[in-house]
Design a protein around this ligand. Structure first.
Ligand SMILES: [Zn+2]
Ligand SMILES: [Zn+2]
Length: 191
């Protein structure tokens, strides 16, 4: 069994829209840089029923700040959301603004015991995508609704009740009456 080459750790592409180069900060604690950019949304930015459509614009404002152990990234992201109401399935369009902050530690400073728990700089590059994805997913409602008090769908026919507040069907026969009429007509009770 041989490995001819050591596999590179998923190498970051410095030109990718969600990858930031921190070399300008020179690893000097205290130096900082502001970055604003609009990037196309990566795939699967959201949850199954609500999310940022892939390729749609995400506006990002960031501050990159060199600290002793690495680079602290603080930012906001704004994007449009598309999805559907969890109660009535009506399409939902909304906007989201999320804030995030994460310390990206210089590669050689990572304690091997913590390796899986910290975000690392790779060749002085920051990968914003996981950070953005976590912030967006956390900010989304578990069950998105078209309006806070969406009445959902009619259990009888599936009509969207918000479109037809007076919606109704002939009241089903009260089960107590059914029982009474069965008593009144004992001949038909058995068969
Ligand atoms: Zn709804
Ligand atoms: Zn109905």
């Amino acid at each position: 069994m041989s490995r001819t080459e050591s596999e590179p750790l998923s190498q970051l592409d410095p030109r990718a829209p969600l990858v930031l180069d921190t070399r300008e900060l020179g690893r000097r604690p205290g130096s900082q840089r502001e970055v604003s950019r609009t990037v196309p949304a990566p795939a699967d930015l959201g949850i199954e029923v609500l999310g940022v459509p892939e390729g749609s614009p995400v506006e990002i404002d960031l501050r990159l700040e060199a600290v002793m152990e690495g680079v602290l990234v603080t930012g906001t992201a704004r994007a449009g959301l598309e999805g559907e109401c969890a109660r009535c399935l009506e399409p939902i369009s909304d906007e989201i603004e999320v804030r995030f902050q994460e310390l990206f530690v210089y590669d050689q400073d990572v304690d091997p015991d913590e390796e899986l728990e910290v975000s690392k700089l790779q060749d002085d590059l920051v990968d914003l995508e996981p950070l953005l994805r976590d912030a967006v997913v956390l900010a989304l409602p578990f069950q998105p609704l078209c309006e806070d008090d969406c009445p959902g769908l009619c259990a009888e026919c599936g009509a969207r009740l918000a479109d037809d507040p007076d919606h109704g069907h002939d009241a089903p026969v009260d089960p107590r009456w059914t029982a009474l009429s069965a008593l009144a007509e004992p001949d038909q009770a058995e068969d």
